[in-house]
Structure formats: C-alpha cells, structure tokens
Design a protein around this ligand. Structure first.
Ligand code: ADP
Ligand code: MG
Length: 725
C-alpha cells in the first residue's frame, strides 16, 4: 500500500461511500491518514449484551455500545401514557430497551443506527431490559470485543458523512497503519519548529492520533495538528499581507501634515467630543493610510461605541485628499441610517455623499436645498462616481455590482464585516478605475476574542474601541420567566408613559401551522416551535395589553419600502412599541428606545443577544433589557448562558465566555474561513496562536515564496489558500 494510492485501490467502496469520502476531501491513502479523529470515546468500562444477560447491570449503572432497531412509540391504554420501545443489538446478543413518558425519544432516534446506552437493567436472563436509560446517538461503535481491548479504551470517533461511518474509518485506518509505510511521509513542518515547540513528527503524530497508546499521546498528536492548521492560516495571512503591501496605494495626508487643521475642525463640528478610544482609532487609521502601503485594518467596537463617527472622520480625510470612499453595509435599513448620520456629520462641508441601494439612490446635498438630500437616478449617481463628483458612497450589496465604478477609490469601509463573504469584500476593492489598491477598513460590533481575531483575520491589523461615550449607563438586564411577564408589561407602561419607546423581539414571524394533511400528530420539534412567540401573535397580544399605544411590526418578510416606513414611524415616535424579529439586530439606531424585551431568549446566541441589547444603549437614559424564556424553569446550561449576558462587563468579555461556554465550532457561525473544530479548540490557547503567527511571519519575511520550504509550499498550494509564483 503506497501513500499516493487511491483509496479505492485498497478498499472496496460502494458508490455512496465513494461519494462520501470525496465529499470529505479524501482521495489517496495519505488523505485518509490525515482524517484525524474528532474525539475519543472512552470505552474502557463498557460491557456487552451477553454480560447483561448474565446479570450485570442489575441495580448498577452500565454502559453498552449497540445498534438500535425497531423503535416504536405507543400510547398505553391504561395509563394514557406513552411508552417507547426498541431493540439493542451487538455481536453477542440483543435486548429490549424501554422509556416511559418520554415520547420525544422516539423522534430523536428516528435515524439512529449506533448508540451508546447508559443505565440500569431490569430483570435478568433473556428478558432483561434497560429501563429509562440515557441514550446518545453515535456515528459508529466499537465491536464488543474491542470495548475491553482496543487501544486502552480510547475509541477514535471520526467525522463521518452521509454514506460513510466513523466505524468504517476506524477499521480502514487500522489497516492503513499496518500496511502503509509512513517513513515516506514528508513532514511539512520545518524541523526547527518541531524541536522548538516539542511537537511529535508527522508519522508519530498519525499513529498517536489513530491508535493512541495513552490519552496523553492522543492529545500531543492533536496539539501538533492544531498547531499545523493555525500555522498554515498564519502563513496564508502573512503571504496575503506581503503581497498587498507590495501593491501601489493611495497616500492620504497625515494628520500632522494637515496644516489647515481641517480634520480637527471637522471633528469639532460633531455634536459631541470623541472618546479617547475614538480619537486613538481615528489617529491610527489616518496614520496607517499615510504609511505608503495599503491599509488592512479591523475596527472592533461594541455596539454604540461610536464607530460611525470614526468612519466619518477618516472618510473626511480621504475626500479632503480629493479621493473617494465606498462604505458598504449589510442591510438597506442600515445603509440608510449611515447615510442620515453622514449627512449630519458632513453638514458644513461641501463634500458630496451618495446612497446606493437596490431600491433607489440619493445624493447629499441637493442642488436646491443644501440641508437636504435628494433622490437621483442610479445612472446619475454612477456617472458622478466615475467623474469623482461624489466623494463618499454609502450602500448595500448593490455597491459590488459590475456596473459600479469609482474614479479614485482610496478607502473601502465595510460595516458589520462578518455579514459579508471574503469574495464580496474583495470585489468591492476592485471597483476602481484608478490603478491603486484601496485602503480597507473593516468594522465589527461582534467582539472577537484576540486569539480568534489573530487567526481568522491574521492579515488585518486590529484597532479596538473599548470605551463607551461619556454618560452611557449600563443596561440593566434581567432574566424573566413567563410567569413574570406582567411585571415586565407594567414596567413597559411606565417607560412609555414617560416618553420612551420599547422593542419586543420574537424568535419567529408567524404562528406555526399545526394542522397536518395526513392526520398525524405534529412532531415534538414542531410542538416546541409552536410554543415560541411570533411577531404576529405578540403584536396582537400587546395591542390588547396596551390599547393606548401604537404598535408596529418589523420582520424580514416585509419589502424594503415597508421596512423603511416602519422604521421611520418608530424613529419619529409615531409608534411606541416595535415588535420585531432579530432583523433589528444590525445597527438600527433609535436613541429614544430604552427598553428591549427579548422573547424566547434562549433561542438566540450570546453575541446576538448582546447585539440586540445594543439597540437600547444609544442614549443617556437608563435602559433595560428583559430576557424572557419560553419555559418557567430553564435548564441550567441555558441559565448559565443567559447569566453571562447579565454579568458581562462588555462584549469582549462576553465573547471570551462564548468561546469557553459553547463549543468553539459553534462560534465559527457562518463565517467561511474553513478551520476544523480542532483548530478552533486550539484557538483558545493564545500562546499557541501567537507562536504560530510569529513563526509564519518570520519565515515569510525572509522567504516570501517559500523557496526553502518546498513541502510546506506544496501543502499550502494544495489547500488552495495561497497562490505562489
Ligand atoms: P456603533 O456603530 O459603534 O454601534 P454609532 O456610531 O452608531 O455606534 O454611535 C451610537 C450613538 O452614539 C450615535 O447616536 C452617535 O451619535 C453617538 N455617539 C458616537 N460617539 C459619541 C461620543 N463620543 N459622545 C457621545 N455620543 C456619541
Ligand atoms: Mg454601527
């Protein structure tokens, strides 16, 4: 068996298995070897069904690994309660398993094949059965003979895919390790790194990963592979950075060169003074844009920390240099709000600002009334962007269309940057007639722990605004059960009566339809969903509770024009309560809103809750956030999670908590940067990330094209992350 051989030369694969391994990116034996277990199941203490027939498990907790079959749910006529029954089978026998009063178990086992069962056994001999055990669906299970023998009880669990099981990988890899010669494997990690960080060599690490002798060995192997992955990401980032730095760029006048102090007076025209953090951010960005290479910077700042004011100051500096700015936001509502903010900031300048969205364009100032914007055609705006009349254009995705071109685009600002794909961000940088690379300022209100930022955005410099505008009060946050909702309503009434406004967030738009065509009872999942409040239901309910107030609704199904008029109504206090889905999460700014009630709060992620709460820290009034839960009693982990929101000092602290509380894999969300869960785990280790980063940068500094690191170079090439000449 050679490392370069195709897997199908040595394993008989049916079509679905072929598809599955292809899907997992595996074609050669070497690829198979690199399919590292996602975790290890400690099967040391497991027993088999024969042993249970012999009387083990009676009155004591035992664990078995088995296949599950013939799951059936029935209503017992006597007790009117549900019983779920099924059969467990391993290669030593089979036995019954029963659950009483837990009908949802049947649904959760619908597609299960392998399971791990822990519980007590009732009865003995062939009639012995498990009663109400805990059960976990497994991607594969060890043979019963393995449970006692295999690799000191560490049974590797592999990432499976539709068509191929973890169990298949387990057996395949044992064979590969027996038959393939790992001495021909080239280790892409340079020797000096292996030695310096005390990592196992590639071939050793592979054996330790697939057939660990001890837990420590398996973890050493993981550490190596995690380091490797982070190291590749850092190399790719270092290369991207070096390439970008080498391109021609727009040199923006430095603040110190700005002899007229025009930036100074621009900032002085703000209705407030910048916080020190904002000052620092403006300075480092302006300085960076004058440094002779294209800037690539991430501006992180909690919701309400005033990133827009910073964006406007640096945009001013660019337009003052007779160059242009593109400012892209993820939603139309947000783009319009940014445009409105810019109009106030640029009031006393003669800089022209445009708005470009799918549903129309505007320009400020209008010819007839210099205090107001005016509607213009898209064609007109595009012309003015091309000839440089309009200096700053704020817009949505519409900005990245092919037809959109700037004369001299020197700065691209991306708001809520995680909402865009890498491609979209890159496209915007290209909409430029000028031959130079625009500076890039990415902004995010989703605080990211430092290690994560260094890894995901390794090619960006980081600026953090860690201070709120003066006088902001901490939002008072409380978790409330459904039984306390009337107290919340009473508080809402007093807030609104004193002139304030309230958001009510629901997890769904419309009530769910529980009727079914086939006469079957609705699924547990569906019933669960049905308990969650919907915008429509809740708005109707609130109209009864608060007949004296106006209530409006906002959700993703509305047309942009409808959303606009709802937001307009709310921002002018023509409605006092806005019932919405999480569409208000991003950037919506109504300073007079001081209370937010989040229904079904356990359904939202921590940082999403943080964003939602951010809607009410836009003013100097004391504000409140109520996290309502669907059940009276909330499970402990959920409560822990919600408590994190109550206690966290700021978004950064929350992000750190998020990283430890949740699986790192979940944090990755929809940002497509393609690291494995293993690397995500590793990211919790700041030292490792910093080491990988430092080594990568040192290598690229002296050997930009990895001429002296051919294996490494091939590896990166194969991953398609970088393209070296
Ligand atoms: P972000 O985009 O970071 O969430 P914004 O830029 O929308 O925050 O600012 C939030 C609110 O705070 C806006 O109403 C803005 O006018 C106001 N603001 C920004 N900076 C300051 C400051 N230094 N002092 C007082 N208010 C500020
Ligand atoms: Mg913002």
């Amino acid at each position: 068996m050679n490392l370069d051989d195709n897997v199908s030369e040595h394993f008989r694969l049916v079509i679905s298995q072929k598809k599955a391994i292809k899907h997992l990116g595996i074609s050669t034996i070497q690829d198979l070897l690199m399919h590292i277990p996602v975790r290890y199941e400690d099967v040391g203490g497991a027993v088999n069904i024969e042993q249970l027939h012999d009387g083990m498990g009676e009155g004591e907790l035992v664990t078995i690994y088995a296949q599950i079959q013939d799951i059936e749910k029935r209503l017992m006529w006597k007790t009117k309660r549900y019983a779920v029954e099924g059969y467990l089978k391993d290669d030593t026998g089979s036995m019954k398993v029963r659950w009483f009063n837990q009908p949802y178990i049947a649904d959760s086992l619908k597609y299960a094949k392998y399971v791990k069962v822990t519980g007590k056994v009732t009865g003995s001999g062939v009639s012995a059965y498990f009663a109400n055990p805990t059960i976990e669906v497994m991607p594969g299970i060890p043979d019963s003979t393995d449970t006692q023998g295999v690799s000191n009880g560490l049974y590797p669990i592999y990432k499976s895919s539709h068509g191929i099981t973890s169990r298949w990988f387990y057996y395949a890899l044992r064979r590969v390790l027996e038959q393939a010669d790992l001495r021909y494997l080239d280790d892409p990690l340079p020797d000096f790194i292996i030695t310096k960080y005390n990592l196992p060599q590639l071939s050793t690490a592979l054996i330790w990963a697939h057939m660990p002798e001890s837990y420590e060995d398996s973890q050493s192997a993981r550490k190596r592979f995690a380091f490797e992955e982070v190291f590749y990401l850092q190399l790719a980032a270092a290369i991207a950075r070096a390439e970008r730095s080498a391109t021609d760029n727009y040199k923006i006048l430095h603040r110190d060169d700005d002899l007229n102090g025009s930036l100074e007076s621009f900032i002085e025209s703000y209705p407030f003074t910048l916080t020190q953090s904002q000052e620092r951010a403006v300075n480092s960005i302006v300085k960076d844009m004058s440094a002779g290479r294209p800037m690539a910077r991430l501006l992180e700042g909690d919701v309400g920390s005033g990133k827009t004011a910073v964006a406007s100051a640096v945009s001013f500096m660019v337009s003052y240099n007779k160059l242009q700015v593109a400012y892209m936001a993820p939603t139309e509502v947000l783009a319009k709000q940014l445009f409105e903010s810019f109009i106030t900031y640029f009031r006393d300048t003669n800089i022209q600002v445009g708005l470009l969205t799918g549903s129309g364009c505007k320009k400020y100032p209008s010819k007839t009334d210099p205090t107001k914007p005016t509607k213009i055609s898209k064609a007109q705006l595009l012309t003015w962007m091309l000839d440089g009349t309009v200096s700053i254009v704020i817009g949505t995705h519409a900005l990245i269309q092919k037809s959109v071109m700037f004369r001299d685009l020197a700065l691209v600002i991306i708001d809520e940057q995680h909402r865009f794909g890498t491609k979209q961000r890159a496209t915007l940088l290209e909409n430029n007639l000028g031959n130079k690379t625009p500076h890039l300022l990415s902004m995010t209100a989703t605080p990211i722990p430092r290690t994560l930022a260094l890894t995901i955005y390794g090619d960006l410099d980081l600026t953090i605004i860690d201070e709120m505008p003066l006088g902001r009060k901490k939002v008072i946050t409380k978790i409330v059960g459904t039984n306390k909702i009337n107290e919340v309503y009473a508080h809402m009434r007093t807030e609104i009566s004193s002139g304030r406004q309230v958001y009510v967030i629901c997890p769904r738009i419309a009530p769910s339809d529980l009727s079914s065509k086939d006469g079957q009872a609705p699924s547990a999942q569906k019933l669960m969903m049905a308990r969650l409040k919907s915008v429509e239901d809740e708005a109707a309910n609130l109209k009864l509770v608060f007949p004296e107030f106006n209530i409006s609704t906002l959700h993703g199904k509305l047309t942009p024009a409808e959303k606009d008029s709802v937001m307009q109504e709310f921002s002018e206090n023509r409605s006092q309560i806005l019932v919405a889905t999480s569409v208000v999460e991003v950037g919506v700014n109504v300073p007079n809103a001081t209370m937010i009630l989040i229904e079904g709060s356990e359904r939202f992620g921590l940082s999403q809750l943080h964003q939602l709460r951010g809607r009410v820290i836009r003013s100097n009034h004391q504000s409140y956030c109520y996290l309502a839960t669907t059940n009276k009693v909330v499970a402990e982990p959920t409560r822990e999670r919600l408590k994190a929101i109550v206690n966290a000092k700021n978004g950064f602290e929350l992000a750190e908590m998020d990283l430890t509380l949740r699986g790192a894999g979940e944090l990755r969300g929809d940002s497509q940067w393609g690291a494995s869960d293993m690397a995500m785990e590793a990211i919790k280790n700041l030292k490792m990330v910093e080491a990988a980063r430092a080594e990568a940068q040192a290598i690229i500094k002296t050997d930009h094209n990895l001429v002296n690191y051919t294996t490494l170079r091939d590896k990166l090439d194969k991953q398609g992350k970088v393209h070296l000449e």
